[in-house]
Ligand binder design. Sequence first.
Ligand code: FES
Length: 80
Amino acid sequence: MTITVCIGSSCHIKGSRFVLEELQAQIGKHQLEEKIHMTGAFCLGQCQKGVCVQVDGELFSVAPDTAADFFEHSVLPRLM
Ligand code: FES
């Protein structure tokens, strides 16, 4: 699975760095380093929905304080 976090300027202002850090922490916590590839993008074209996070091509809107929830409900079930 590939997770792409937008680090373009609009998403950056909305806290993409913290979203990225939280997702990385969750990957570590669940020991999914082998299964999830994290990457960044400079703009996913949906700035108003930022922070934009793409999971295998599907776009999600994530905030720093919803990142853990997002991981649990939108990422983990896809790995089952
Ligand atoms: S900066 Fe993130 S979608 Fe444009």
